[in-house]
Design a protein around this ligand. Structure first.
Ligand code: 13P
Ligand code: SF4
Length: 301
């Protein structure tokens, strides 16, 4: 029996739902019940009626699903699938920065550990970061952990943002030179980039969107060709949704840890009901408040 067939059987037996991020391997996207961006996946997780959530994405996404569903079993098929940017913010260093700026509100991009979320006032994703920051009363904001996203949000607010010096290695690999080369080769293509990209890349983009926001932009655009400034397997999702449009990826834009989730480990997770995401109830309670506040604000792109 093919792993796909056995996964479908087990999914029914366990009353499980499979959620996959837009950067997952094509074959993993194909067996998922829902494929989306971090916000979409968090919303799906919070509304799910399944007993088991199999989360195909990196650690912080699976943790958020567990925090939003403390009673459910949340499986993360490969625990080594971690976001290096989320690991760049240590809760102890964050507490020191908060002490230095006691008036500041703390906005945590969801790409953070549960411990950092627990230290924050509100979370955001790339789809609603501007809306979240502008919703706050404070005019001083500590924004973690992505410096590029913080600087992008700064373009759309009068508040002063103190960025955390973190970055995404995958989006750092998307350079101005690479985008200019692609534009030379495909002069009719529009450039859509993720806000985790470098500022000089954002400057020459036609649109800056979260991964799901990219789909919405393309749906409404008359253009037929697009240069996609984000992780390469986003193009699988785009090509499936828009078979008549043409997409160009940026060489080297790969998130290696997203690729650690495979059909084999999804199957093994469903068979054994492990590895389970486990967090202490106290930590989950503290981290849930900023996540709930973000969900109440909704999508911004
Ligand atoms: P999205 O919320 O746009 O899916 O981004 C998540 C992420 O990790 C981007 O690198
Ligand atoms: Fe983290 Fe970057 Fe991978 Fe997104 S693409 S999960 S931010 S390392």
């Amino acid at each position: 029996m093919q792993p796909q067939e056995r996964i479908l059987e087990l999914k029914k037996e366990r009353n499980a739902v499979i959620l996959a991020h837009n950067y997952q391997l094509p074959e993993v996207q194909d067996i998922a019940d829902f494929v989306g961006d971090s916000l979409g996946l968090a919303v799906q997780a919070s509304q799910s009626e399944a007993d088991v959530i199999v989360f195909c994405g990196v650690d912080f996404m699976a943790e958020s699903a567990k925090i939003l569903n403390p009673e459910k079993i949340v499986l993360h098929p490969e625990t080594k699938s971690c976001c290096p940017m989320a690991a760049m913010c240590e809760p102890s260093s964050l507490r020191m920065l908060k002490n230095d700026f006691p008036r500041a509100s703390v906005v945590a991009y969801v790409n953070t550990t549960a411990e950092c979320k627990a230290e924050s006032d509100i979370c955001c994703t790339s789809s609603n970061a501007i809306k979240v920051v502008n919703s706050l009363e404070s005019d001083l904001i500590i924004f973690l952990p992505d410096e590029n996203l913080a600087n992008y949000v700064q373009r759309f607010t009068n508040k002063s943002i103190i960025p955390w010096p973190g970055y995404c290695p995958t989006h750092e690999a998307i350079t101005l030179e690479k985008i200019e080369n692609l534009k030379d080769k495909h002069p009719l293509a529009l450039v859509i980039v993720h806000p985790e990209c470098r500022p000089e890349v954002i400057d020459i983009a036609d649109a800056v969107r979260s991964t799901e926001g990219m789909l919405n932009f393309i749906r409404e655009s008359d253009a037929e060709e697009f240069i996609i400034g984000t992780e390469k397997d986003m193009l699988y999702r785009l090509s499936k949704e828009f078979p008549d449009k043409t997409f160009y990826d940026v060489p080297g834009a790969v998130c290696p840890t997203m690729k650690l989730i495979t059909l084999d480990n999804v199957l093994a997770a469903l068979e054994s009901l492990s590895p389970k995401v486990t967090l202490s109830p106290e930590l989950m309670d503290k981290a849930r408040t900023p996540l709930d506040r973000m969900m109440a604000i909704g999508r911004g792109d």
